[in-house]
Design a protein around this ligand. Structure first.
Ligand code: C5P
Length: 408
């Protein structure tokens, strides 16, 4: 189950062009299994209609504190008591100022004020022009609402509807979803620094050719996302893949196995957990030609000799920190048959406490997978599910096995 399934979210919209993104946000929340109750200010209804938001959430929208639909005529009490969280997106500069003052003259600020502080979290996704964002009044108000218990999500930087460029755009719906999911995720990896390798490597034959494999990087990226949501600081060393960087994750792009090894060696001394999901090419051409190899008319292909690549996982697992228990190493094995036998042997050969097996050809590029976890106690299956779901389960399994996070 993802962290948002079954949650009841009051989605508040205050006035701003970013209201158009809230339609997509509502859709994503519903898709994740949350129920969404939209509440809009009068200003928000100038930008997007309640009809759109009702159609997307399947619930009629509240816009007034005088809404007579509620039996007790207390929409502010009923809505705020039923919520697992209140999310204001977009949250305008004016709305932040209203929260600071504890205003209660329209439904949305009224229900924020009326929410039980200890039980119902309030998350704000600000959206405004860059000058408004940078203004000392806004920054002062943001600091105050945070001190009063609200969780202020960041803002994006870039082109704004007004034509100016800078900070203050509302986060994209997908980014807000990641923030919200992380908010509801148990912080099992808080304080851990997780280093992950993902994707294939590319081994050059000449400047335009090379050998690689069909790894998409999806599993490694899903694990990076899940580890970050669980509170870890995450560094992702990625081979050539076409995937967006998960929010809050530091990404280092590499090409070859040797590039990947160098990046990992640079980061491993800081890490407390190393998860090697990358499908590193086992061999590389012994020589990479400086210029494109030309056909010479003889009908003979050029002779290609290969040398073995360094085994990144085995090398890290043999390091002093790993052997001393300061760096918990997790390996992956993509096999085409006899998964348990091959993966168990690989765990011993690589010298890692936990090895995760999967059937390679069946999973490369797919959105779902099935995993077999092997440690010194035996093995356990994680049945077929989406890679995101499996990543969340795997993070919980790793958290249960690895040493506690070192003190800062
Ligand atoms: O030996 P094999 O490639 O099957 O091992 C798979 C595991 O070892 C994966 O965790 C993979 O990321 C890691 N590996 C590595 N460096 C290599 C080969 C594999 O880190 N050169």
């Amino acid at each position: 189950m993802n962290a948002l399934a079954g949650k009841h979210i009051v989605l508040g919209l205050s006035g701003g062009v970013a209201c158009y993104k809230s339609a997509e946000l509502a859709r994503l929340l519903v898709k994740a299994g949350a129920t969404v109750q939209v509440v809009m200010t009068e200003a928000a209804a100038q930008f997007i209609t309640p009809v759109t938001m009702q159609a997307l959430t399947g619930r009629s929208v509240y816009t007034s504190q005088w809404d007579a639909r509620e039996g007790n005529n207390m929409a502010h009490i009923n809505l705020s008591r039923a919520a697992d969280a209140i999310l204001i997106a977009p949250c305008s500069a004016d709305f932040i100022a209203r929260l600071v003052q504890g205003r209660a003259d329209e439904l949305l600020s009224l229900l924020c004020l009326a929410r039980p502080l200890q039980q119902v979290p309030l998350l704000l996704a600000p959206a405004m022009n860059r000058e408004m964002w940078a203004h000392p009044a806004t920054q002062r108000n943001l600091a105050q609402v945070a001190q009063d218990g609200a969780r202020v999500l960041g803002v994006g930087c870039g082109e704004q509807a007004c034509g100016e460029t800078g900070d203050g755009r509302m986060l994209e719906p997908g980014e807000i979803m990641e923030e919200l999911a992380a908010f509801f995720t148990p912080q099992r990896l808080a304080g851990q620094r997780v280093l992950i390798t993902a994707g294939p490597t590319f081994e050059a034959i000449d400047p335009v050719r090379g050998i690689t494999n069909l790894s998409s990087g999806k599993m490694g990226f899903a694990i990076a996302r899940a580890a970050r949501a669980a509170g870890a600081e995450v560094t992702l060393v990625a081979g050539p893949v076409h995937l967006p960087t998960p929010r809050g994750v530091r990404r280092i792009d590499v090409r070859s196995a040797r590039n990947m090894l160098a990046a990992v060696e640079g980061q491993a001394p800081e890490a407390t957990i190393f998860i090697a999901t990358a499908a590193v090419a086992d061999w590389r051409p012994a020589h990479s030609a400086e210029h494109k190899i030309k056909k010479d008319g003889s009908g003979m292909p050029p002779p290609l000799a290969f040398v073995e690549n360094p085994d990144i996982l085995a090398q890290v697992a043999a390091s002093e920190r790993a052997r001393a228990g300061a760096l918990y190493c997790v390996g992956f094995a993509a096999e085409s048959e006899h998964l348990l036998a091959h993966a168990s042997a690989k765990r011993v050969r690589k010298g890692v406490p936990l090895l995760v097996g999967n059937i390679g050809p069946a999973t490369f590029g797919q959105d779902d997978n099935a995993l077999l976890l092997i440690d010194d106690q035996g093995h356990r299956e994680l049945p077929r599910a989406s890679k995101d779901e499996l990543a969340r389960q795997l993070v919980a399994e790793i958290a249960a096995r690895c040493p506690p996070a070192p003190p800062r």
